[in-house]
Design a binder for this molecule. Structure first.
Ligand SMILES: Cc1cc2nc3c(=O)[nH]c(=O)nc-3n(C[C@H](O)[C@H](O)[C@H](O)COP(=O)(O)OP(=O)(O)OC[C@H]3O[C@@H](n4cnc5c(N)ncnc54)[C@H](O)[C@@H]3O)c2cc1C
Length: 302
């Protein structure tokens, strides 16, 4: 039986693995993808991770993995399908088998919901982004569109309006779902134009994003917005499905835990984007990973 099984090798899982290896825990990291890095692999450029400005997502992922490998971390390529709590023993079920551990760290991250429209994949990292905090600075003095109407979309639009010459907010309804205070702030900004009752239908350009085509849901008339960037903020989904019910979750499915990552179930810890929290970034995921190992060490002494 292992001391610890870490599920996922994004920044949270890999940071936990680094701290766990240095603490000489008997552990494995189970990752379903052939590459480690999680969402970071799909990030064209990371410009807000300390000391590594402008590093590509792939390079950052590989550096983290190399760090783990140098410490002798044992990675297993497999997909976790469930975790069972048997008190002092946890059973981790995978596509290929079963593993036992005294503690489990859930670090399976989250996925951004996608629009599923033509051009979204083609221009991913070339104007199409799912993270304004991460990529907004690349669009200084340019024109962008935010798609969505919830808190994240409105916060993103306010953030971008500070940087960009103009920001369109494309929303499929005639009113926003975001908190009133955010709505008020957004609607007071001179360089923001609301595009109500409209769906994004295509993203076009030559080598990078140049146009967003939207369609009025009542008249079906298409309108072309000349934009350099499209920020998709139509939701984010936690990768929680295999673990649902193992510990308390919020209504969106994120696992509830403080900074130490301890969930409502003893021995089950959570780190990174899967944890209920307000800022989902590489640095906060890494911080979670470190904090969780500290708490897991205490737990293993009990
Ligand atoms: C396009 C994009 C750009 C971004 N840009 C930035 C940026 O510039 N700066 C920044 O700080 N943040 C950025 N972020 C956010 C950042 O990538 C995330 O906050 C961070 O990766 C979260 O780390 P994590 O380890 O919690 O989860 P993830 O990175 O999501 O990693 C989770 C890992 O778990 C694995 N996994 C999931 N389910 C299972 C399972 N059942 N079994 C086994 N393995 C499983 C996944 O394959 C994945 O490797 C960006 C996100 C996106 C999508």
């Amino acid at each position: 039986m292992y001391d610890l099984i870490i599920i996922g090798s994004g920044p949270a899982g890999m940071t936990a693995a680094i701290y766990g290896a240095r603490a000489e825990l008997d552990m494995i990291v189970i990752e379903k993808n052939f590459m480690s890095g999680g969402q970071v692999i799909n990030t064209y450029e990371v410009d807000n991770y300390p000391a590594l400005p402008g590093i590509s997502g792939i390079d950052l992922s590989m550096k983290m993995r190399e760090h783990c490998d140098n410490l002798g971390v044992n990675f297993v390529t497999d997909e976790v399908t469930g975790v069972e709590d048997l008190g002092d023993k946890k059973l981790v079920k995978t596509v290929q088998g079963e593993y036992e551990a005294k503690a489990v760290l859930l670090a399976s991250g989250a996925d951004h919901s996608r629009l599923g429209i033509p051009g979204e994949d083609t221009f991913g990292g070339r104007g199409v982004s799912y993270c304004a905090t991460c990529d907004g600075a690349f669009f200084r003095n340019k024109t962008t569109a935010v798609i969505g109407g919830g808190n994240v979309a409105v916060e993103d639009a306010i953030y971008l309006a500070n940087l960009c010459e103009k920001v369109y907010v494309v929303h499929r309804r005639d009113e926003l779902r975001a908190d009133k205070v955010l709505q008020k702030k957004l609607l007071s900004l001179d360089n923001v134009e609301m595009v109500w009752n409209s769906n994004a239908v295509r993203i076009e350009g030559e080598k990078k994003t140049e146009r967003l085509i939207v369609k009025d849901k009542f008249t079906e008339a298409e309108r072309t917005l000349d934009v350099d960037g499209v920020f998709v903020a139509v939701g984010i989904v936690p990768n929680a499905e295999p673990f649902n019910g193992i510990a308390d979750q919020d209504k969106a499915g994120y696992f509830i835990a403080g900074e130490d990552g301890a969930t409502s179930t003893p021995g089950i810890f959570v780190a990174g984007d899967l944890r209920a929290k307000s800022l989902r970034q590489i640095i906060t995921a890494a911080g979670d990973g470190a904090n969780a190992i500290h708490a897991i060490q205490q737990y293993l002494l009990h």
